[in-house]
Structures are given as structure tokens and as C-alpha cells.
Write a protein that binds this ligand. Structure first.
Ligand code: SF4
Length: 893
């Protein structure tokens, strides 16, 4: 019988349940868990391809100290001694932890306890700072607590869903599928998408507001004024359960008094603005979903509060089908917040500035001290490292050398830092190269613990594979260091369940019932503190709070109108009309927005290993409006150099009218492991929101220039190569091969020699075929080994190179057919077989040419018909918006 393990997806904040099925040979198949309330069996392309990423390629398997493999004992002693010496010499604030929303709650809890309770500094921050800390700050300002009031079911029960600052179709695909299905089931349901870009999410929009980037808060301030003028104030709710309306309204009226004013500032038509306002005013059940597009600004917290204000004004919160709903980017951003993983928090949603909270946590942990001041937030933390104030850092499960703004400065800071420890599952990342000590951590499939998704639902990640080499759980690694620092009895955990139960007990410690039957603090999972090991193993997903009063969990909060402020009233916040920290200029005339793409996750350390996920978009790109491209003399598919005041990168041009004029978009994922020069965060300045410390990733002024190389090409190889000859390169995974797109500023004096050096050291022992047209500098070569295509290279003076897909397929053949062997260097088959083109459906590997041909020849008018004929779009559904767009384009020709 195959063994089936229930676990949770390690990628986005939707937190989908997964069934991992192991057969006798040890191979794993992944499907959605039909019983998990987050996804009911659905998965997106990333979740569905998790099985592809379970290989050992690139894993960090043994501890290393200064580049040398060592035992755990030596590595842990080194970490302990070096930390201890630095603390003795420079004080506890000279060390820092930089952790991640990828960690499990149990790992996070131990990290926070060790740093804040025992090292005695609050210098622990997390990459969630970059993702949703403005949502945290906005919620705390409005509700007195970091509380997400809604749940996913509310999206289905709403009559109006507003998606703002969220490309839900690509970034939270299963939620997108749930909204889409709800809309089919309930044709009255309306969806408004507010986004400067026409993203895949617009597919389900009844109204798309292509707003001027950065002006959403003006739109919501205008909505607040409109609601007042339309007499939509919920008297009972506002009068009894809120405060601060007058100041918020006055501020909103100062710059968004009329729809005309709003339309002008947001660059929308009056009709668009009023349609949206009327819809909001007349619809009781409204959920406003927001994500990084709202949070990642230097005034992100205000933007969050502009949304919450409108829900408070209408009392649309705490009831089914309504509320402001922050969707987190990472799988355990919420769990990190619960344990106090941010530098300005204490454990269990307690406040570091609150003396009672500090004393409570200190007593509970029996710790020597708790810092009175908040620690350094992410950007400040790396600045302090750069200035020499932070002398030791321990980085866990994250890659700040890629993901932090001004990432080159972060690299410099890491280089300067006296002692860098990195715990990771991968050996080579842009960050591990700075480590003095590398500690091999377990990863998904091996880890054991819990995560909390965007709707406060705690689920288990369960192990189903043995940990390879000497990889260990992060909580174990930190506990061992804590013990060596002398805190044995405080960190004597034998299993993750011990940590979870302590975390649960702390959440209920002196957390008494107060006004409105609320507990003193929102985060309370004390109902889970007495779980047995078996209960923990069998744990079913549940939404916090979970307490004696709510043993089955809590689907939504604030239904009683009581909040966690001192007087239990929610607060309206006055939001002014702030704008981007950095103005555009003649030198930097375009506004850069960064974000995710459909099939990659963060810095690609896992998804970049999957051929299936690398087929859809395999190169870093800049999406630019046709008018801007024309002004800058940029052509689609050529290379461009994108510069900000800080740095430059090189990527492929994608001209698209789905981009707003004046704005450009570049994905966040590429790094030095996958491209020569494409770390987009190296361009982003370090200005942060004053309340949340979240950087402004959405608004960097840049200029874009055509990058003219002397030659262009591509290279396919079964082996990973070191391409020193190219000035530009990107690498992506194909089935059984690596695919390189390359370009160079210098033409080699001898192409043949250059290609042989790269592809075969001993050319005389392998079959080598080549072609060179010196007149036009066009060179092609292929290496065939034991009848198989081992590698090939195609070089030309411009972009007119063969399509790659037929060649990619040849790598599946264990023995090339004679006719294929003869036509390898032409790059296309002799037969009438057509190249299937760039992958659109990652699940069934259906290319764009196949789709276009089938749509044309069969006169297809719906994605369902495509699914029947090609299966494309019938699994995870992530590609459906793109298929629909291809159908629309075809019908308009
Ligand atoms: S939506 Fe996709 S990436 Fe997000 S949790 Fe679900 S399967 Fe994973």
C-alpha cells in the first residue's frame, strides 16, 4: 500500500493542504488534499510541481566551518564560542538573527526566545518585514492588534470582492480559483481589480481600475468621503465601536473631496471612479483583499489604513462575507508574527514597548532579561552591519543578498561582517558565499512542525522523507547553541510538539477574558497547550483563537464589535495624500515595480530546479508599455540595461500594453545563481515606511536603454556550465538539461575553440559537429555522446536564432534518429513537425504554438474547449487567463 502523508505547501500564504503519496520505490506523487479547508484539493502550478523539487541537487548536506566540512559538534561549538565572545566584547546588540517566513512556527519560536529572552537583544527580524509588515502596522493602528478578521469562505460569501495591490491569479492562485468558482456559482457577485497593470487577475474583473501606481490610498480616501455624502455611515457601529472618524474624514476631504479630484489624482475616468464607489456603497457584503502592492511603499501602512477606514465606516467587518483582508506572501508569515519574529514584537502578539508584556514573557520563559527597546528592522539591521555595529549575524532560510533592497550594499555588509552563520538547505546561494559557518537545515518533506496561513489557520507540515546527509531541524540547531550558551533547561525540547505546546501555553498565559467577552490579547491558542504527541501528529487545520471559550477555533474576529485597543474601540486613522519617496527625473523617468511571476518562488532555490516551472518564463524580463518602448527605441525581445541611482541589471524586453505608460515591471526572482546580472533588488532604494519599516519595492525611478551585444545565442547542455565567455547569461532548467541564453560584448577570435573549451575538453573523444559562417559570424555546434545529444550551441549576430523547443525535445531521446542528427545544426526538424513554442500550460507541457494552431484550426472560443482537446488548463488552472488571452487575440485577428 502506498503511504499517504498529509502536509502543507511551503510556498505562498494560501497554505494549501497537500497529500504526499510514497510508493514502494520511494517516488513521491503530490496532489491537493481534498479535505484541507484552504484549497479543498486544488493546487496551483507551483504546488503541483513540488514533487519535481525533491531531489538532492545542490543540497547542503554537512556543516562547514570556513569552507571545510566539520562535525555538528565542531560547527555548533564554533557558533557558540564566536557569538559568546562577540557578546562579551561588544554587548548583546552586536549580534543579530535574520530569519524567514519559510521557517516553521516551532523554529521561529525558538529563534525569538533565544534572541529576545536569553541573548538579551531584540535584533531579530525576518524577511516578512519586506512582505507584509505594513499590513501588521496598519492592523495594529486600527484594531490594537495584528488581527486578520476574515477567512477564505468570506471571499465566497461576499457580493463584492475588491482585489487591490494583488495579482491574485499568479501570487495566490488557489484563492483566485476559489473566487472565480464563487463568481460562476453566484453570477451576482462582482469583482473589482485595482491595479496599474492589466495582470492575469483582470480575467475575472467586472471592473478593472488601471490606477496610477501609488494612489490607491487616495481612491480609498475618496471612497470614505463618498460614503459620507451617500449617507452610508453605519451609525450604530461607528458610534459604539470606533473613534477618530472626524480627523480621518477631515484629512480625506482635504485632498479627495470629490470623485473628480480623485479621478484626476488616480488618473482614472470619473465614470470608473463613480462606478466603483456606487458599487461599494450599495453592496453590504464586501471583502477588500490586499497584498504586497499595497504594503510595499514608503507609506504602505497609511495605504492599509485607508482601506480599513472604509470598512469601519460601513461596519463591514466581523460578519460573514465582509472585511479588509490582508493576504500574506509567505507560507508562515503569520506564524512568524505569532511568535514575535519581528524586531518590534514580543512573543504571542505581545508588545515589546509594554512593560507588563515584557514582565509576563520574562516570567514565563524564566529568562534573565527581555530587551526594553525594539531591535533593528531588516534594512536598519543590514545598515548596522555595514557600519560595523552588528558584528555577527545568523541568517536562516532566506537569501537577503538577493531579496533586500540595495542588495549590493547588503552583500558588502555581509562581506564586512565579522561572523556570518547561514542555516540553509542549499549549498550555493547568493548569501551562503558570505558564510563563515554553514549549517545544513532540513527542508520541505523532511521538516516537522506547523505553519499558519493568511486566514489564521494553523496546519501541519509533516515529514515524509528522511533528512539527507546531516541536515537537521532549525529548532534543534538553535536549541543546541542555546544549551551550549548555558540555557539547557530552557531549551530541552525533544520534539517540535514540545515547542508548540509551550508556544500555545504562552499565548494563554494571563490572557484573561475582558470586555465584550474578548480575551486581553487576540492571539490565544491555549486550547492546544495540552496536546499529546499523538494529538500533535494527528492535528487537523484550525483557525486561531483556539481556547477554552472557542475549542473549535474561530472563523472570524470582531463579530462582537470589540477590538484590542485600550478602550476596545477600533481607530480610524487619518491618511494623507503621500507619494513616492523618490521623484522621477529626466535621468530616471520610469517607475519600476517589482513582483512575482506565476511559476517561480522567491529566489528560485527550489522552483528553479523544476523544468516544468522553468518553461513558462525562463529569463528575467522588463515589461514596458509600447509607447515607452517606442520613445526609448526598444524592441520586443532584445536586451535592455535597466539602471537606477544604485546599480544596473540586464534583462529581456517584453513590450506589452498590459503595462501602464511610465511604469515598468521586473520580476523579483532572478539572482546570481541563475543570471549574470539580474538582481532587481540591487536597483531598489532603502527608503522604508516610518511605521512598519517596510521598503518601497514598487516605485524605484529607473532608466532603460537598449543593450547591444556583439553576438547573441543559446546553449543547451546536460551539464551545468560556467559560461565565462558571455557578458550576459541566464540559465534555466529543462528536462534533463540546462538552458542558457547568452550574449557577448567581445567576439572570440576562434568560435570553434571557444565552443570546444566550453562543451568538450577532449573534442577528439566525442562526436562533434559544427558549422561556421564567418561572413555573418554565425556559429553552431553540437556534441553527441553515445548516440545522445549532450549539448549544442547556437550563436548569431542578432536575435534571429532557431526556436529552442524542438532541440529541447531531442534531449529526451536516448539515441538520436539519423534524420534528427542530420538536422540538429539547422535547429529544426526535417519533417513537417512544428515547434510547440514557449510553454503556457506547465502541468501538461503545452506550448504557445500548439495552442494558437489548435485554436485557429478548430475555431475554438473557450478555454474549456482547449482543455478538452489539449488538456491545457485542466489541472491547476494557473494558465487559464493566458489561454483566454490567446483565444481573445485569435478572435480579434
Ligand atoms: S496557491 Fe499554490 S503556492 Fe500557494 S499554497 Fe496553494 S499550491 Fe502552494
Amino acid at each position: 500500500m502506498p503511504k499517504i502523508i498529509k502536509t502543507t505547501c511551503p510556498y505562498c500564504g494560501v497554505g494549501c493542504g497537500i497529500l504526499a503519496e510514497l510508493d514502494k520505490e520511494g517516488s513521491v506523487s503530490i496532489t491537493g488534499d481534498p479535505q484541507h479547508p484552504a484549497n479543498f484539493g486544488r493546487l496551483c502550478s507551483k504546488g503541483a510541481a513540488l514533487g519535481d523539487t525533491l531531489n538532492m541537487e545542490g543540497r547542503l548536506l554537512f556543516p562547514e566551518v570556513e569552507g571545510k566540512t566539520e562535525s555538528w559538534d565542531v560547527a555548533l561549538n564554533t557558533v557558540t564560542d564566536r557569538l559568546q565572545n562577540i557578546i562579551i566584547e561588544h554587548g548583546p546588540d552586536s549580534v543579530a538573527f535574520y530569519v524567514s517566513g519559510q521557517l516553521l512556527t516551532e523554529d521561529y519560536y525558538v529563534a525569538n526566545k533565544l534572541m529576545k529572552g536569553f541573548i538579551g537583544s531584540a535584533n531579530i527580524d525576518t524577511n516578512s518585514r519586506l512582505c507584509m509588515s505594513s499590513a501588521v502596522a496598519g492592523q495594529k493602528r486600527a484594531f490594537g492588534s495584528d488581527t486578520v478578521p476574515c477567512n477564505y469562505e468570506d471571499l465566497e460569501r461576499a457580493k463584492l470582492v475588491i482585489l487591490t495591490g494583488s495579482n491574485t491569479a499568479w501570487c495566490h492562485p488557489v484563492l483566485f480559483q476559489r473566487i472565480k468558482k464563487a463568481k460562476i456559482d453566484n453570477p451576482d457577485m462582482m469583482v473589482v481589480v485595482i491595479d496599474p497593470r492589466k495582470t492575469a487577475t483582470v480575467e475575472i474583473a467586472d471592473i478593472h481600475l488601471p490606477i496610477k501606481s501609488g494612489t490607491d490610498h487616495i481612491l480609498f480616501n475618496g471612497l470614505l468621503v463618498y460614503l459620507k455624502n451617500a449617507n452610508e455611515r453605519n451609525e450604530l457601529f461607528v458610534d459604539h465601536f470606533t473613534e477618530g472618524l472626524d480627523a480621518a474624514m477631515e484629512m480625506a476631504e482635504s485632498h479627495a473631496a470629490s470623485s473628480e479630484e480623485v479621478a484626476a489624482q488616480c488618473d482614472l475616468t470619473l465614470d470608473e471612479v463613480e462606478k466603483f464607489y456606487r458599487l461599494f456603497a450599495r453592496t453590504e457584503r464586501v471583502v477588500t483583499v490586499y497584498s504586497q502592492g499595497i504594503n510595499q511603499w514608503s507609506y504602505g501602512t497609511d495605504r492599509v489604513n485607508s482601506i480599513i477606514n472604509c470598512h469601519l465606516y460601513t461596519g463591514r467587518i466581523g460578519r460573514p462575507g465582509m472585511g479588509p483582508f490582508s493576504i500574506t506572501g509567505q507560507p508562515n508569515a503569520m506564524g512568524g508574527r505569532e511568535v514575535g519574529g519581528l524586531a518590534n514584537q514580543l512573543a504571542a502578539h505581545m508588545d515589546i514597548h509594554n512593560e507588563d508584556h515584557r514582565s509576563l514573557v520574562k516570567t514565563f520563559w524564566d529568562s534573565p532579561s527581555i530587551p526594553e527597546q525594539e531591535g533593528l528592522k531588516a534594512v536598519d539591521l543590514f545598515d548596522a552591519m555595514d557600519s560595523g555595529k552588528i558584528k555577527a549575524v545568523w541568517i536562516m532560510a532566506t537569501n537577503p543578498a538577493v531579496s533586500m533592497p540595495d542588495s549590493n550594499k547588503v552583500k558588502r555588509a555581509l562581506d564586512k561582517c565579522e561572523f556570518v552563520v547561514v542555516s540553509d538547505c542549499m549549498r550555493n546561494t547568493d548569501t551562503t558565499r558570505f558564510a563563515n559557518v554553514l549549517l545544513p537545515a532540513q527542508t520541505w518533506g523532511e521538516r516537522d512542525g506547523t505553519v499558519t496561513n493568511s486566514e489564521r489557520r494553523i496546519s501541519r507540515q509533516r515529514p515524509f522523507l528522511p533528512a539527507p546527509g546531516q541536515a537537521k531541524a532549525d529548532w534543534w540547531i538553535m536549541s543546541e547553541v542555546a544549551k551550549r550558551l548555558g540555557y539547557t533547561e530552557h531549551f530541552s525540547y525533544s520534539k517540535p510538539a514540545d515547542i508548540f505546546k509551550e508556544h500555545a501555553a504562552l499565548s494563554g498565559y494571563e490572557n484573561n477574558v475582558v470586555e465584550g467577552n474578548n480575551k486581553l490579547r487576540d492571539f490565544d491558542i491555549s486550547g492546544l497547550q495540552y496536546l499529546s504527541y499523538t494529538d500533535y501528529d494527528d492535528f487537523n487545520p484550525i483557525q486561531w483563537p483556539v481556547s477554552k471559550e472557542a475549542p473549535e477555533g474561530t472563523p472570524r474576529l470582531f463579530s462582537n464589535g470589540y477590538f484590542y485597543t485600550e478602550n476596545s474601540k477600533a481607530r480610524f486613522i487619518a491618511v494623507n495624500n503621500s507619494s513616492e519617496a523618490q521623484a522621477l527625473s529626466e535621468k530616471y523617468p520610469l517607475r519600476l515595480n517589482t513582483g512575482r511571476i506565476r511559476d517561480q518562488w522567491h529566489t528560485m532555490t527550489r522552483t528553479g530546479m523544476s523544468a516544468r516551472l522553468s518553461g513558462h518564463i525562463y529569463e528575467p524580463f522588463i515589461q514596458i508599455h509600447p509607447a515607452d518602448a517606442a520613445t526609448l527605441a526598444l524592441n520586443d525581445n532584445e536586451l535592455a540595461k535597466v539602471s537606477s541611482e544604485l546599480a544596473y541589471i540586464v534583462c529581456r524586453v517584453a513590450v506589452s500594453d498590459s503595462q501602464r505608460q511610465g511604469n515598468v515591471f521586473i520580476p523579483m526572482h532572478w539572482n546570481d545563481e541563475f543570471a549574470s546580472c539580474a538582481v532587481v533588488d540591487s536597483l531598489v532604494n532603502t527608503t522604508v515606511d516610518p511605521f512598519s519599516g517596510q521598503p518601497e519595492f514598487k516605485a524605484t525611478p529607473v532608466n532603460v536603454k537598449s543593450y547591444q551585444a556583439k553576438w547573441y545565442g543559446f546553449l543547451l547542455s546536460r551539464r551545468k556550465l560556467n559560461i565565462e565567455q558571455a557578458s550576459y547569461w541566464t540559465v534555466s532548467r529543462g528536462e534533463g538539461l540546462w538552458r542558457y541564453e547568452i550574449a557577448g560584448d567581445q567576439v572570440p577570435s576562434d568560435w570553434a575553440e571557444c565552443a570546444r573549451t566550453l562543451l568538450c575538453q577532449h573534442a577528439d573523444t566525442v562526436e562533434w559537429t559544427e558549422y561556421f559562417d564567418s561572413a555573418v559570424n554565425r556559429y553552431r555546434a553540437a556534441r553527441i555522446e553515445n548516440g545522445r545529444l549532450e549539448s549544442c550551441i547556437f550563436i548569431g549576430p542578432d536575435f534571429s536564432l532557431p526556436e529552442r523547443d524542438w532541440l529541447l525535445k531531442l534531449f529526451n531521446d536516448n539515441h538520436l534518429k539519423e534524420m534528427d542528427r542530420n538536422s540538429v545544426l539547422t535547429g529544426k526538424p526535417v519533417s513537417a513537425e512544428k515547434d510547440s513554442g514557449k510553454v503556457v500550460c506547465a502541468c501538461f507541457n503545452v506550448g504557445i504554438n500548439t495552442l494558437i494552431d489548435t485554436i485557429k484550426s478548430k475555431e475554438i472560443t473557450s478555454p474549456e474547449q482547449v482543455g478538452e482537446l489539449l488538456r491545457a488548463g485542466t489541472n491547476c488552472g494557473s494558465c487559464l487567463p493566458e489561454i483566454k488571452e490567446i483565444i481573445n487575440l485569435n478572435s480579434s485577428i
